[in-house]
Design a protein around this ligand. Structure first.
Ligand code: UDX
Length: 437
């Protein structure tokens, strides 16, 4: 099938390559020429495990191409809308300018019978608004919502082997036709017995924000428990293990620490609150404001701990921060808790050296006043205090004895509960973490 993917960022680039992997003829469209050139040359414009290999394979097959020209998408039977929906500056609401802009360009080329499948995370009601615009221009085309649940770092795996497929389609024959078309797109995935849920478009839009809100709430719940653990000398990791064994609760997303960041969870819960307000349901989601506040407090607590460890003042202290991306296996620094903490430390007078396996390039442009060091050993040399803020595997596996020979003081703060306290203490370190005695 001929497919177009509109928007080639974290979501679209992976979706385009994955659809080509499933055997479809795919054109990825983006207005950013540098991104198009990079993708067309087989270079992923961001760090994502397995994406370079997938791009190389699907480009070589001849089934995948990239362009800035919407006209090249005209003959696609299905157009996937994958543009970003960032937070508006100074507001909670989502900025829909990319969705609206891409949609306007698509309206110029969409042909009768085509299906536009929205994948971007949008405020509920967006699909209905876009469908009305489509009906004016091309009544024989159809708009459906097909949310995407991929996690950065696992994007290829999540796209090719998702937990579920969700189709938000109109009632009646039109919906049946769209369902059949999407079934054809995802035939290989459906053959693996992947659950496929067909529902109305409003519910499909809500599924995505509801899922992300639940995940954010789960993280903030355990971080609230961490705050209590800190006041009672209890251990939040043991608590999480114990409650997580109740399979109604589950252990996943109960890792206490610096909390959530990235391009999705923080802005999605805020946009959801803003949308609820527009719908006259302000109170319904007010708990998400608390979820957000708990999350932000963890960053402040981390800085407070660092100041305590430095004897009450950060002035002139040499601090090494391990990790800059918002989570491991990603170079994404959007709303990165690690960089937020690093910058607060710097503003309080510390000399902060940051290292990260993938995200330093991105970090430099957003936080130009931090010091960046590529090599981990070099970054650690002479440090008064070490902070583990993003739990890349290479940091989890650091040998405390070897690291101890590099630093000036054996003090470590584990912002992700990723190190083994017994092992670090045995090597002579003062080990402190969020939510642990
Ligand atoms: C998220 C959703 O998981 C995904 O389904 C959706 O499609 C997009 O948003 P992503 O932003 O890639 O994906 O990252 P995720 O793995 O969810 O992690 C988000 C943040 O939560 C990270 O900063 C991570 O460090 C933090 N986190 C996660 C915790 O602090 N504790 C946990 O237990 C899990």
């Amino acid at each position: 099938m001929k497919i177009s993917v509109i928007g080639c960022g974290y979501l679209g680039a992976v979706h385009a390559a994955s659809m080509a992997e499933l055997g479809h003829e795919v054109v990825g469209v983006d207005t950013d020429l540098a991104k198009i050139e990079s993708l067309a040359a087989g270079r992923a414009p961001f760090f994502e495990p397995n994406l370079p290999e997938l791009l190389e394979r699907t480009l070589a097959s001849g089934r995948l191409s990239f362009t800035a020209d919407f006209a090249e998408a005209a003959d696609a039977q299905v157009h996937f809308l994958c543009v970003g929906t960032p937070q508006k500056r100074g507001e909670y609401a989502a900025d829909l300018r990319y969705v609206d802009g891409a949609f306007a360009s698509l309206l110029e080329v969409v042909t009768p019978g085509a299906v536009i499948a929205g994948k971007s995370t949008v405020p509920v009601g967006t699909a209905e608004r876009l469908a009305a615009r489509l009906a004016d221009v091309q009544p024989d085309a159809m708009l459906v919502w097909n949310p995407e649940f991929l996690r950065e770092g696992f994007a290829v795996q999540d796209t090719l082997h998702p937990d579920r497929l969700v189709y938000g389609v109109p009632d009646g024959e039109a919906g049946e036709r769209a369902t059949a078309l999407l079934d054809e797109v995802y035939a290989t995935i459906l053959a693996e017995d992947t659950p496929r849920l067909v529902m109305d478009p409003a519910t499909a839009q809500l599924v995505k924000v509801a899922a992300n809100s639940f995940l954010a709430t789960k993280i903030s719940f355990i971080n609230a428990m961490a705050e209590l653990c800190e006041r009672t000398d209890a251990d939040v990791t043991a608590l999480a293990d114990a409650i997580g064994l109740d399979d109604r609760i589950g252990r996943k997303f109960l890792n206490a620490g610096l909390g959530f960041g990235g391009g999705c969870l923080p802005k999605d819960i805020r946009a959801f609150m803003a949308r609820a307000g527009e719908l006259g349901a302000d109170q319904t989601l007010s708990f998400l404001a608390e979820v957000d506040a708990i999350n932000t407090r963890r960053r402040v607590r981390m800085v407070d701990l660092a100041r305590e460890e430095c004897g009450g003042s950060l002035m002139g202290r040499s601090i090494t921060v391990l990790g800059a991306s918002f989570k491991p296996d990603s170079d994404d620094i959007r709303d990165s808790p690690a960089l937020n903490v690093a910058e607060q430390l710097r503003l309080q007078g510390a000399t902060v050296r940051v290292t990260d396996p993938a995200a330093l390039g991105n970090a430099k442009s957003s936080y130009p006043n931090l010091l960046y060091v590529d090599d981990t050993a070099e970054a650690l040399t002479g440090a008064d205090l070490v902070l583990l803020l993003t739990e890349w595997r290479e940091y989890r596996e650091l040998d405390p004895v070897r690291v101890g020979q590099l630093v000036a003081k054996l003090q470590v703060l584990d912002g992700r509960n990723a190190l083994d306290p017994a092992q670090w203490r045995a090597a002579g370190w003062t080990y402190r973490a969020l939510g642990r005695p």
